[in-house]
Design a protein around this ligand. Structure first.
Ligand SMILES: [Zn+2]
Length: 435
């Protein structure tokens, strides 16, 4: 018997199809032809001579898009490579990932953009869109060559990890980025307020004796950047928003017509600063895990559309990097493989977020935020899809981590809902089912 896998043309039948643009989940069948979505029939079964993948009981959606990941290559291949990072991404349901510019060398030269794209093509796990440095060497003073970087394939500009303190430089960067219609992604942190900070500043930091990172350090930066976006009319994207105050500024800016978008990470939505009492260095992230009021505001902002998308801020560090005193551990956790399962378990199954909204925040939301292809179910588009069993219960085991680094506090966690695999241009990739 000829399997659907051997064919260039096949139906995926019996699945519930999540269409984020229509904000609906309906039973349907999807025809893949030569790597593209050829047709969607909104019915349970199809009468066909073509091979059929029986996806009964599964959820089919556009492949996830991550606008914020650190793939660490070039320069930190001991933490992650483009190949291992994208393998983790594919296992997590992602068909496209944007990688940040704080590599070594920094992505401030077209040759580095090209290098990352070559490594991604060789690995062939999912699409990779490099984000280039906003300023040369991430130095915060001299802007990079935006046109050359864009022509090489960069999709946005960011000094992620560092906030551009110099307001004049930031204004110039926004003005130039606007000329090339490149979004500027800002990591909002007033570094003078966060020097040596270890966790969110509040009751828990006092109790645990760790230096605090006040919410105001983020909000001051968000406020300035929103004002500069308004002044320049350029596109600003706020990375990993973490406080209720930031959400408030964002909401007002959107209402005033400023071209600003924002992302939130799975960990800022589901973990709080009280968890740091274990001093687990895998919970040390930047911005830090916040308190309950902030988490509630972030969740509400997801529901009302103030926050546009969920991004992982996948930040691999080796065990040696993290096996130091808390104060010396670098911030960051990996997240590509667990994002959907964590959010489905903690937000969808608890009734806080609709499943179709979670899908939208992982697909259409991020794609529209940075103006990327994908995130939609449209005839003629590449068949970049994810297949999910929303009922499967599973435990996230250390051995199943595909990232080169294992810095996650989620090892051993039980989840409900598991990504079964992705289709990349119609080609099936899976780490669970037989390949
Ligand atoms: Zn950042």
């Amino acid at each position: 018997m000829i399997s659907w896998k051997d064919k260039k043309e096949f139906w995926i039948a019996g699945a519930r199809i999540a269409d984020p643009a229509a904000k609906k989940i309906r039973s349907g069948c999807l025809l893949v032809r030569k790597g593209a979505i050829a047709e969607i029939a909104w019915q349970k079964e199809v009468d066909t001579d073509l091979p059929v993948l029986d996806a009964a009981g599964m959820l089919l959606a556009p492949g996830f898009v991550d606008v914020h990941a650190h793939l660490r290559e070039p320069g930190h291949e001991e933490k992650e490579t483009v190949a291992t990072g994208t393998a983790a991404a594919a296992a997590g349901g992602y068909t496209a990932v944007c990688c940040m510019a704080n590599t070594d060398p920094v992505v401030d030269d077209p040759s580095v953009v090209e290098y990352i794209r070559c490594r991604a093509a060789e690995a062939d796990n999912c699409r990779v869109y490099p984000i280039a440095a906003l300023t040369k060497g991430l130095g915060g003073e001299v802007i990079s060559e935006y046109r050359l970087l864009r022509d090489a394939g960069a999709v946005a500009l960011s000094d992620d990890g560092r906030w551009v303190e110099n307001s004049r430089t930031m204004r110039t960067a926004l003005e130039y980025a606007g000329m090339f219609d490149l979004p500027v992604v800002s990591h909002c942190e007033d570094h003078r307020l966060t020097a040596n900070a270890q966790m969110h500043e509040g009751f828990q930091s006092t109790r645990l004796g760790l230096k605090g990172w006040p919410a105001a350090a983020e909000e001051i930066a968000v406020d300035r950047d929103v004002r500069l976006a308004e002044l320049t009319g350029s596109r600003l994207h706020l990375a990993h928003l973490s406080t209720a105050g930031s959400v408030k500024i964002l909401k007002a800016a959107k209402r005033a017509g400023v071209r600003v978008t924002a992302e939130v990470t799975p960990h800022h939505l589901t973990m709080d600063d009280s968890m740091l009492e274990t001093y687990d260095r895998n919970l040390k992230v930047n911005p830090p895990l916040r308190g309950g009021t902030d988490i509630a505001a972030l969740r509400a902002a997801l529901r009302d559309g103030t926050i546009d998308c969920i991004a992982t801020d996948h930040a691999p560090h080796t065990e040696i990097d993290k096996q130091v005193e808390f104060n010396y551990a670098p911030p960051g956790m990996i997240g590509l493989q667990t994002a959907f399962a964590l959010l489905h378990t903690e937000l969808v199954l608890t009734g806080e977020l609709e499943l179709v909204d979670l899908v939208r925040l992982l697909t259409l939301g991020p794609a529209e935020t940075l103006g990327l292809p994908g995130g939609r179910l449209q005839a003629g588009d590449p068949a970049d899809l994810v297949l999910i069993d929303t009922d499967e219960e599973w435990v996230f085991e250390k051995e199943a981590i595909l990232s080169l680094s294992r810095n996650t506090p989620l090892v051993g966690r039980r989840f409900t809902g598991r990504v079964q695999g992705i289709f990349l241009e119609g080609n099936w990739r899976s780490v669970i089912l037989d390949g």
